[in-house]
Write a protein that binds this ligand. Structure first.
Ligand SMILES: Cc1cc2nc3c(=O)[nH]c(=O)nc-3n(C[C@H](O)[C@H](O)[C@H](O)COP(=O)(O)OP(=O)(O)OC[C@H]3O[C@@H](n4cnc5c(N)ncnc54)[C@H](O)[C@@H]3O)c2cc1C
Length: 541
């Protein structure tokens, strides 16, 4: 964002009394802002780092019902998620895409085949589709020719969906902005106070200028994910979020190419781990561990996690001899899981010194969300990427009593405006490229095409992203740092070797043209980016 535009936004943020201030610019905050702005509320979104910097750019990127949750008997969460999955598939084609999943069936599970069949039938029935089967080993071999079938008796095939999580956040924010929401990244909320019965205030630090300022609203939404307890602390003395870390590895293009996701049992602990196609690469993940590191920096993969994930592919695809050299990048996210009351008490006890042997295993934790009202500070945490709209509606329902004269109604209105750019299709773009652009920019695709230079529409290297998308992000998508551009607006830093070092010269030119970065600013940005990439997106030493 240009300096002048940012200045104007901060000035208006200070002056105005907002209906709602949303703290946290991940998928939860974006969803709340979108639903609130659509209903006519004035909304300010504040994000301490970059939009989608938190968990929402570092998930497993699945828009799914969660077969596992159904198997665990959580029908409500599964149903809610499946209906949202189907809605997103319809509303955001290209951004959310159906994907086939093969759940490997070990020989020891043979007696359970019928149960699996019933589970799949129920999963599809809830979603209103029919696309599942139990495959034998020969069908499985057709889908995964390199899979070692030793000890396996086929697979359960079903479908879910996959997305680009940070692009999903930007599409939702773009909708909120179009309905009048004001968005400010790199603005951390330091505290929130109840000023009087009708006013709340927050103290904000602008990370770019260092300036501290106040903003006022009728209600504050705390959608800070794994950080949610921090903002609540001034109002209530309890800790409800259990941060769980999950890591992934991204294989180099061409290594273990697959077209469908496969869920494999880990040879050591029998946990299920996915190997799935994403952006033309294969990704392996996730781990699921209590996170004790700092929340103020990106989490990163440990040596043990790396070995754990490599052990999966080595076990199931031994002929491929996958090794560190085959990995192009990694990422780790911290899941804000809600600890139940009893568990919370146990966690506290454990903190006070008595070891907590009864604490649930991370992968046994429930994944549903919770919304709390602490005197006008409405906090929402937990849940999934998939269910952001449901979470947003629950937040608005809790916020309504603080918004005088405003009535909340739960409706089924679309999150996304229709695209429709194909009418203005440029002759030099093929159908795939257009679909891809529409997936990224939705109703703004025509604006993108109207301003894109022809020579910048060619995909960069072996990727699907083009230079015009980098330029658009710098102009239109609130970019402040190089890492915003390469790790979240585009995923080139995760997909091209060495954090996309072959694009640095191009990025420098574009940043200088669009954001007027000086030589010195570029050098600082490059150093910052490389530090982040080596620390959080590459391999552990
Ligand atoms: C490894 C892993 C895999 C997952 N896979 C899936 C999946 O496949 N499908 C699925 O549906 N879900 C998945 N999830 C869950 C999903 O990613 C999360 O539930 C979701 O992204 C949480 O979004 P959020 O907006 O609540 O939190 P975040 O995305 O973390 O956003 C919170 C934001 O608040 C900001 N913030 C914090 N404090 C402040 C402050 N004081 N002031 C301003 N801003 C602040 C943070 O910087 C952050 O950007 C996964 C999670 C993990 C960890």
């Amino acid at each position: 964002m240009s300096k002048a535009k940012r200045r104007t936004r901060i000035e208006s943020a200070r002056r105005k009394h907002w209906d709602m201030i949303v703290v946290g610019g991940g998928i939860t905050g974006a969803g709340v802002a979108r639903e609130a702005a659509r209903r006519g509320l004035s909304v300010l979104v504040l994000e301490q780092k970059d939009f989608a910097w938190g968990t929402s750019s570092r998930s497993s990127k699945m828009v799914h019902g969660g077969l596992r949750y159904l198997a665990m008997g959580d029908r409500k969460l599964t149903r809610e998620s499946l209906l949202e999955r189907e809605r997103l598939l319809k509303e955001a084609p290209g951004l959310v895409e159906r994907m086939g999943y093969y759940f490997l069936l070990p020989k020891s599970w043979k007696p359970w085949r019928l149960v699996m069949k019933l589970l799949l039938a129920s999963y599809d029935r809830i979603a209103g589709i029919k696309n599942h089967k139990i495959c034998n080993n020969s069908e499985l071999g057709e889908a995964f020719s390199k899979l070692d079938q030793n000890g396996i008796t086929g697979a359960a095939f079903y479908t879910d969906a996959v997305t680009d999580d940070s692009r999903l956040v930007y599409r939702v924010l773009q909708e909120a902005e179009a309905d009048g929401a004001s968005l400010l990244n790199y603005c951390a909320v330091k505290s929130s106070q109840k000023a009087d019965t009708e006013h709340q205030s927050v103290e904000i630090q602008d990370a770019i200028s260092g300036e501290v300022f106040q903003c006022k609203a009728s209600v504050i939404v705390n959608s800070t994910g794994a950080w949610a307890d921090r903002l609540r602390q001034a109002r209530i003395d309890e800790q409800r979020v259990r941060p769980l870390k999950g890591s992934h590895i991204v294989l180099r293009k061409g290594v273990l190419p697959i077209e469908h996701a496969i869920s494999c049992q880990h040879p050591d602990d029998k946990r299920s781990v996915f190997v799935f196609p994403w952006e033309g690469h294969s990704v392996i993940g996730t781990t699921d561990l209590d996170y004790e590191g700092s929340l103020d920096q990106e989490a990163n993969i440990s040596k043990e996690e790396l070995e754990y994930l490599l052990a999966i592919v080595r076990h199931h695809f031994p002929s491929e001899s996958i090794d560190r050299k085959d990995i192009v990048s990694t990422w780790s996210g911290v899941r804000p899981v809600i600890a139940g009351d009893k568990q919370f008490a146990r966690a506290q006890k454990a903190e006070q010194g008595s070891a907590d042997k009864t604490r649930k295993k991370p992968s046994k934790e429930r994944r549903d969300h919770a919304v709390w009202d602490d005197d006008g500070l409405i906090s929402a945490a937990g849940g999934k990427l998939t269910t952001f709209r449901v979470m947003a509606l629950d937040v608005l329902e809790k916020a309504a009593p603080y918004l005088k004269g405003w009535q909340f109604e739960r409706d089924e209105a679309a999150v996304f405006r229709p695209g429709g750019a194909k009418k203005n299709a440029q002759a030099n773009l093929n159908e795939d490229q257009l679909d891809r652009l529409e997936a990224c920019y939705g109703f703004r695709t025509s604006d993108f095409l109207a301003t894109a230079k022809n020579e910048e529409l060619k995909p960069l290297f072996d990727q699907k992203t083009c230079a015009a998308q980098l330029r658009w992000a710098l102009r239109e998508e609130w970019v402040e740092h190089l890492d915003d551009l390469l790790l979240r607006r585009t995923r080139l830093g995760l997909l091209l070797p060495n954090g996309a070092s072959q694009l640095f010269e191009l990025c420098k030119t574009l940043c200088q043209e669009e954001l007027e970065w000086s030589e010195q600013r570029w050098a600082e940005e490059l150093e910052r980016y490389q530090d982040i990439w080596h620390r959080a997106y590459s391999l552990p030493a």
